[in-house]
Design a protein around this ligand. Structure first.
Ligand SMILES: [Zn+2]
Length: 361
């Protein structure tokens, strides 16, 4: 997964869309919709397929979803033909009720900046940026500068693990054997306490096992250092203070590939406060996770944290992307959409912000 680039993701996209066309030709509408959703998660700017999915949703009486999709096309698509078609569909009587009760939230003139930490995957960043734009109705800009995460208060889980292995070895085999091991791995006694030396030593011990390579890879994949979310928020705030002070900045959202924690929590998917947030995609994929699922998880977390950045409370709808998840399994039960309650809260908050803005002017 680490090697997935935008290029290979684009190849995936075409497969999903082509598959959808084939399903449609054979009358498998539900399968076609599923495939379109997967494709559009990777490439939400594809208006042709957004329109196709909206039509299928209307047929399936999923009016709210179709309504949001058509509105998205109407607002952002520059191709007149697609806009005209979306407009025509929006005039259907089924949509009248939504038009009045639930206009999509939008706050023109406001911008969310996305801050990339080193190692954050471009494909997740692109998906997060376009979906926030689509669902929250605010402009989103991804800043090019990449932050190296601040290591203050880091949980050195790997070093702790290495220490444990080495101490066990010393107790079981004695210091003489330990010195022998240092000699074999070319580590001088004076450097035995360095992180790199410990890593070399533990790797050498692993390699003595029958499936040593596999074991070592497993350790590397499962034992990760964890960064303090509060420290990262501070770092974002200090590094991009100028952006934060700009008129019309709604906040900064950091994205990291490293695992994060706070206080007594074992780990966090994300952390947000007014104007500042950070999310981590570290726990959203492994070798068994499809790219589509990993993106959905990351986008849902971004929606949740962005809500806190903008200043709306958590909601009560269990399937909303912003509902609190105790585990990844619970996170997966949610949808990558925000609920009616969240949209109501957003519109209310946007109204407050526009009023303050006018007063400032
Ligand atoms: Zn909600």
């Amino acid at each position: 997964m680490d090697s997935i680039s935008n290029v290979s993701a684009r190849k995936y996209v075409d497969v999903y869309f082509e598959l959808a066309e084939i399903y449609l030709k054979t009358g498998l509408k539900e399968k076609a919709m599923e495939s379109l959703q997967k494709g559009l998660r990777l490439e939400s700017w594809n208006y042709k397929y957004q329109l196709l999915l909206a039509k299928l949703e209307i047929d399936a009486q999923l009016y709210l979803k179709a309504y949001e999709r058509l509105h998205f096309i109407n607002r952002f698509c520059e191709d007149r033909e697609y806009c005209r078609m979306a407009d025509k569909l929006l005039k259907k009587p089924e949509f009248k009720i939504y038009m009045k009760q639930d206009p999509p939230p939008s706050l023109p003139g406001y911008k969310l900046y996305i801050i990339q930490f080193e190692g954050a995957q471009p494909i997740f960043i692109d998906a997060v940026a376009s979906r926030i734009f689509q669902v929250f109705g605010i402009e989103v800009e991804v800043l090019n500068e990449r932050l190296k995460p601040d290591t203050r208060k880091i949980r050195n889980n790997r070093e702790h693990f290495y220490d444990l292995v080495i101490r066990n070895y010393q107790i079981r085999f004695g210091m003489h054997e330990y010195d022998e091991l240092l000699r074999k791995t070319n580590i001088p006694r004076s450097k035995a306490e360095n992180f790199k030396s410990k890593e070399t030593l533990v790797k050498a011990l692993c390699m003595q096992e029958p499936n040593g390579g596999e074991l070592w890879n497993y350790i590397q994949a499962t034992i990760r250092d964890q960064y303090d979310a509060e420290v990262l928020l501070k770092q974002i705030q200090q590094s991009f203070k100028k952006k934060l002070d700009l008129h019309g900045t709604i906040g900064l959202l950091g994205i990291t590939a490293d695992d994060i924690y706070f206080d007594d929590y074992n780990y966090l998917f994300g952390s947000g406060e007014p104007r500042l947030g950070v999310i981590s995609h570290a726990r959203f994929y492994d070798n068994e996770t499809s790219l589509d699922t990993a993106i959905k998880r990351t986008v849902m977390q971004a929606f949740s944290t962005t809500g806190f950045i903008i200043g709306i409370p958590r909601c009560t709808s269990p399937t909303c992307a912003r509902a609190y998840a105790h585990s990844l399994a619970e996170h997966d039960r949610k949808e990558d959409q925000i609920c009616r309650e969240c949209r109501d809260n957003l519109r209310e908050r946007y109204r407050e912000l526009s009023i303050t803005n006018e007063e400032d002017d």
